[in-house]
Design a protein around this ligand. Structure first.
Ligand code: SAM
Length: 236
């Protein structure tokens, strides 16, 4: 359905999706955006499980936390795009013989298709004892806890914002229990202001806290990421 341009010899490659009967306008818009999104196309071409992979790639290009040998916990890892990036960067398959071999452990409420170099488990990170269970699977603390988790959307902007902030606060608490001193916490948040207390907590617990909107994060979404580096450990 490529739209032909009126200009001679030029082609406008924007894909237009007809509003099919039975398809809601919002689904038509979503489909049209997917079909015209360069990151969706790149993800397909480069073999990533989703465009989300580029967000962690861009964050890591800037802050360099996925280093060879790192032990990574990926919260809300399905379908596995972030884990694919982490496996390569931490050398989880041991392909770079001269570099340390890392670990990637992903958990999610849903099953994740197996990925060489990663270990996946179905687990609610908020379940009692989930932090101890993850440390156990990992055989010790983690160097990186990263979360791309999203609370299910209610459609009410403020409710959704509060839910994702609560999820992020819970993920941070989880990270405090699982991270090694010096470790990194990365999480998706939504901009809006209510996350001030989370920012304050992170600033006490980490040497550096940055709020970032990576280029691949859609400009029309209020999503951003917090990257907290240099975990200081629990005060106790
Ligand atoms: C946006 S997706 C993650 C995409 C992933 N980063 C990737 O690159 O493929 C968010 C995931 O968080 C998971 N999630 C939400 N709440 C969770 C919870 N309490 N425990 C574990 N996973 C959760 C969802 O099931 C969903 O698969």
């Amino acid at each position: 359905m490529a739209k032909k341009s009126s200009g001679r010899g030029r082609r406008d490659l924007t894909v237009k999706v007809k509003t099919a009967r039975g398809r809601k306008l919002s689904s038509t818009r979503w489909l049209q955006r997917q079909l015209n999104d360069p990151y969706v196309q790149r993800a397909r071409a480069e073999g990533y499980r989703g465009r989300a992979a580029f967000k962690i790639l861009e964050l890591d290009d800037k802050y360099r936390f996925l280093v060879p040998g790192a032990r990574v916990v990926d919260l809300g890892a399905a379908p596995g795009g972030w884990a694919q990036v982490a496996v390569r960067r931490v050398n989880a398959l041991g392909e770079k013989a001269d570099k340390a071999q890392g670990r990637v452990l992903g958990i999610d409420l849903q099953e994740i298709e197996p990925l060489p170099g990663a270990e996946f488990h179905v687990l609610d990170f908020m379940a009692d004892g989930a932090d101890a269970q993850v440390r156990d699977w990992l055989g010790g603390p983690a160097d990186v806890v990263m979360s791309d988790m999203a609370a299910s959307a209610s459609g009410h902007k403020q409710t959704d914002h509060l839910r994702i902030v609560a999820l992020c606060e819970a993920a941070a608490e989880f990270a405090f229990d699982v991270l090694e001193p010096g470790g990194t916490f990365v999480a998706k948040v939504l901009s809006g202001g209510t996350e001030a207390s989370l920012q304050a907590t992170l600033k006490r617990r980490f040497d550096k806290v940055a709020n970032v909107k990576p280029p691949s994060s859609r400009a029309d979404s209020s999503e951003k990421f917090v990257v907290a580096l240099g975990y200081r450990g629990r005060p106790d």
